[in-house]
Ligand binder design. Structure first.
Ligand code: PLP
Length: 431
């Protein structure tokens, strides 16, 4: 992409840089302190779930389907919560576990299980390298993607291999080519709906290709983190094909392990996390986790299902969340259009749900834009974070997280981002 600054002559470019630098100095003098770094809901948005806290008291019936939620037992989760988890993830409740407050921790434990013990009778992933002349276990990482996913596999010493994320999901030609050729590729990280950070949803074709592709590794697993499955901004949300149905049709039922939580539905960090898999794999995960857990917090599960008894109740609650999120996403889009249309300096995504907008500037700009924004008082997710090992090969991508600031602060933060992108683009044109 050619920026407007690359079409200027030296005199015009020097004048443009002078003007932009003067504007940067003005902003610095305002001593702003704005944060667009992490995707968490604003305090007012979290507050809509406070009534849930009043649903259990000393006088409440603390049973669910005959299960006493006030004592040990029922490791797999209380019946109503498993029914809800089944609705979320598109499986029979018997194929779910409802656990503690974090889906990310269950993702970590599921990868760790494969690493330590193997899955479906195959050797532990940790033994692969010794048995294959030192070849490493690898994971495909659609990028831009979620840094904490990449962190889980990196932490175990698994090699993270980036594959290009498109508006229909990961580049499937590339994914199919890689998994067919390399037995060391044991898995792929997926955020299939309103992906973090692009906001794109996998197409039906992508879901079918992922579940039916030939993999050299017989124990290849899709880590299907459906964190944003109900996080629509508009009444007409994106539709995602049921991955378990597709996997079953392809004869690869054991390939998928799916996750979700109520973190961005009720209380981040104090919600309820779910996992779903084939009957065989869910049994394996339960067995693995039961070594270290007698039962999760069933009172929290009970509070949740009394507040959100079924998917209809969840959808009604999410419509209230959308009232907070929609103006923020629309502010991001409007401000970026206003500031950058016609400059050739940027492209960005237009999500219809989720928590993020993915922004791309000119090659070699993202780290400098992040640093300049910081100098002007605006914190962004560190440039590179959306790529494995923090290495964005073209240094273009910035994740915008609009949920936490007020619309007014967001508007100011985006003006700063636009200014930073323009100045860095102009400086790059000079170099
Ligand atoms: N998965 C994705 C894709 C996320 O974006 C996040 C949080 O931002 C999480 C998981 C964290 O979920 P939890 O709070 O359930 O661990």
């Amino acid at each position: 992409m050619q920026t407007m600054y690359q079409t200027m002559n030296d005199v015009e470019l020097a004048a443009a840089i002078d003007d932009l630098e003067a504007r940067v100095a003005e902003v610095k003098a305002r001593e702003l302190k704005l944060d667009m770094a992490r995707g968490k809901p604003s305090p007012e948005q979290v507050a809509i779930s406070r009534p849930m806290l009043d649903l259990l008291s000393a006088d409440s019936d603390l049973t669910d389907g005959g299960v006493d939620c006030s004592n040990y037992g029922c490791f797999e989760g209380i019946p109503s919560a498993r029914a809800l988890a089944g609705e979320f993830l598109g499986v029979d409740p018997s194929q779910t576990l409802v656990l503690g407050s974090s889906s990310l921790l269950i993702e970590h434990d599921s990868v760790a299980m494969c690493w330590l013990k193997g899955t479906c009778g195959h050797a532990p992933w940790s033994e692969f390298s010794a048995a294959h002349d030192g070849a490493r276990v690898k994971f495909l990482c659609p990028a831009p993607g979620y840094d904490r996913h990449f962190g889980i596999t990196e932490d175990l010493g698994i090699e993270n291999v980036p594959v290009r994320m498109t508006e229909n999901g990961p580049d499937m030609d590339e994914v199919e080519r890689l998994v067919a050729a390399d037995e060391g590729i044991k898995g792929i990280w997926c955020v299939p709906k309103y992906s973090n950070p692009t906001g794109d949803t996998y197409s039906d074709e992508t879901v079918r290709r992922l579940t039916s592709m030939k993999t050299a590794a017989p124990d290849f697993r899709i880590f299907w983190d459906n964190a944003y499955c109900v996080h629509d901004l508009y009444d007409e949300g994106d539709e995602l094909l049921n991955v378990f149905d597709a996997a079953r049709e392809a004869g690869n039922e054991d390939r998928v392990i799916a996750f979700a939580s109520t973190s961005k539905i009720t209380f981040p960090g104090a919600g309820v996390g779910f996992v779903a898999a084939s009957p065989v794999v869910i049994k394996e995960i339960a067995h693995h986790l039961q070594a270290g857990l007698i039962s999760a917090d069933k009172l929290n599960q009970l509070r949740h299902v009394r507040f959100l008894p079924d998917l209809d109740a969840v959808r009604a609650h999410m419509r209230r969340h959308a009232e907070f999120m929609r103006p923020r996403f629309e502010c991001v889009d409007a401000k970026l259009h206003e500031g950058l249309d016609g400059t050739g300096c940027a492209t960005w995504t237009h999500p219809r749900g989720g928590y993020f907008v993915s922004f791309d500037g000119p090659e070699g700009s993202a780290k400098r834009v992040g640093a300049l924004c910081r100098e002007m008082g605006v914190t962004l997710t560190p440039a590179g974070a959306t790529w494995p090992y923090g290495e964005d090969p073209h240094d273009t991508n910035i994740r915008i997280a609009p949920s936490y600031p007020s619309v007014e602060d967001l508007s100011s933060a985006l003006e700063v981002l636009v200014l930073a992108v323009k100045l860095v683009s102009a400086q790059l044109a000079l170099e």
